[in-house]
Design a protein around this ligand. Structure first.
Ligand SMILES: Cc1ncc(COP(=O)(O)O)c(C=O)c1O
Length: 403
């Protein structure tokens, strides 16, 4: 098992390459929750996520022969970029295998950090198979994304920073994918402050750690389904499971809508961009996935900011829907001049602002004398939505709420 000295040693190797990221008190989330919330802003890390810490420590502890032969790994996400930059900074050659469908932005980012990208396989499992072949064929060292003590020790340097910057911390909240991040952080925290709670958070659609703890043995899921792609992992590691059992107080889950709302809060109120996995720890605090007291000092770790713009668009719209700020409705009007204007008067009275309106007289769903309208609206919150829908129905319109 990992201990504090491994993490202190890791820090010496990691500190020149990885940034020490800020810990900031948040008035907004403290006021919302009654706790004292400090955000660990690891989304500002180089490469946009914490992975550079573990990869740097792993590569620094290779023998001279291993460094000469180079490293290989498989990843379509943050680990790819972390290994790429860590290897380049250490003068070690890196090959990163990505599935053939990998978004071009991720391929380019990984190449820009100096690694060679090999596109192989339809999914992560097939890419990993190819990476292990390269490991055997070329004598390269495989850098595991989480189930490796040197990787875990590198990630644990975040725990040292949290305790130094906030010695009074009562609870640290950390996302779990394969479990490397929380294994390192929990080891660092419990060695220095045994009273501090460490809570792990997973997405509801990828909750292998929560299920494994329940069963007392590692559980591998048949499939995963979440917008938090960084933690969409079917199973935690053997080593990480031992560390989680030993050091983690509780593992909880959050839903995709909760994650989306948290991303929107962070953007709007904190001017901070995180990916789904980077939002789950704060989501667990805001949606009370675990119990805490008033005034308790809580540090959620925002571990990554690499979200692609298409996903971000979907998430923002979903977050606005969940918070009653976006509404899409359908109704039916008489197909005669003035009927749309009558409807829109209610919109004006209620200050419901139109994003888009589709007026369809060809729809087979309605009588030939009618026309169907679909309207997307900007709203001010759930109360505004309720009052507006009530006014429409009182005026005799049949309204379907689409989202
Ligand atoms: C942004 C982000 N947060 C959290 C995690 C979870 O880390 P681990 O797999 O070590 O549990 C990942 C893993 O890729 C990640 O990319």
């Amino acid at each position: 098992m990992l201990d504090l000295s491994d993490i202190l040693e890791a820090r010496k190797r990691v500190q020149e390459t990885a940034k020490r990221t800020p810990l900031e008190h948040s008035y907004t989330y403290s006021a919302m929750t009654g706790a004292e919330v400090y955000l660990k802003l690891e989304n500002f890390q180089r490469t946009g996520a914490f992975k550079i810490r573990g990869a740097t420590n792993r590569i620094a502890t290779l023998s001279p022969d291993q460094k000469e032969a180079g490293v290989v790994t498989a990843s379509a996400g943050n680990h790819a970029q972390g290994v790429a930059l860590a290897a380049t900074r250490s003068g070690v050659d890196a090959k990163i295998v990505m599935p053939e469908y990998a978004p071009i932005a991720k391929v380019k980012a990984t190449e820009s950090y100096g690694a060679e990208v090999v596109l192989a396989g339809a999914d992560y499992a097939e890419a990993a198979e190819r990476a292990h072949e390269i490991e055997r064929e070329e004598g390269r060292t495989y850098v595991h994304a989480f189930d490796d003590e040197m990787v875990m020790a590198g990630q644990g340097t975040i725990g040292l920073e949290i305790i130094e910057d906030c010695p009074e911390v009562d609870t640290v909240v950390v996302p779990i994918g394969g479990g490397g991040l929380i294994s390192g952080i929990a080891t660092a925290i419990k060695a220095q402050s045994p009273e501090t709670r460490v809570i792990g958070v997973q997405a509801e659609g990828a909750s292998s750690a929560a299920k494994s703890l329940e069963k007392g043995k590692r559980v591998s899921l048949d499939g995963v389904d979440t917008i938090a792609d960084g933690i969409a992992t079917r199973s935690i590691g053997e080593r990480t499971f031992e560390h989680i059992q030993e050091h983690v107080d509780e593992v909880v889950t959050v839903s995709d809508p909760e994650i989306a709302v948290t991303i929107v809060y962070l953007l709007e109120r904190s001017k901070t961009l995180v990916e789904g996995a980077g939002a789950v720890a704060l989501a667990a605090v805001l949606f009370e996935a675990f119990e805490y007291d008033d005034g308790e000092t809580i540090v959620p770790a925002l571990c990554g900011g690499n979200i692609d713009l298409n996903t971000l668009t979907t998430v923002v719209v979903r977050g606005l829907v969940e918070t009653g700020r976006y509404l899409k409705i359908r109704t039916v009007l008489k197909d005669r001049p003035g009927s749309l204007e009558e409807l829109l008067e209610i919109f004006t009275d209620h200050r419901a602002n139109i994003y888009a309106i589709y007026h369809d007289r060809t729809s087979r769903e309605v009588e030939m004398s009618d026309t169907e309208v679909e309207i997307e609206l900007e709203m001010r919150g759930p109360d505004h939505v309720d009052a507006f829908l009530e006014a429409l129905r009182e005026a005799g319109y049949e309204v379907d709420v689409l989202v």
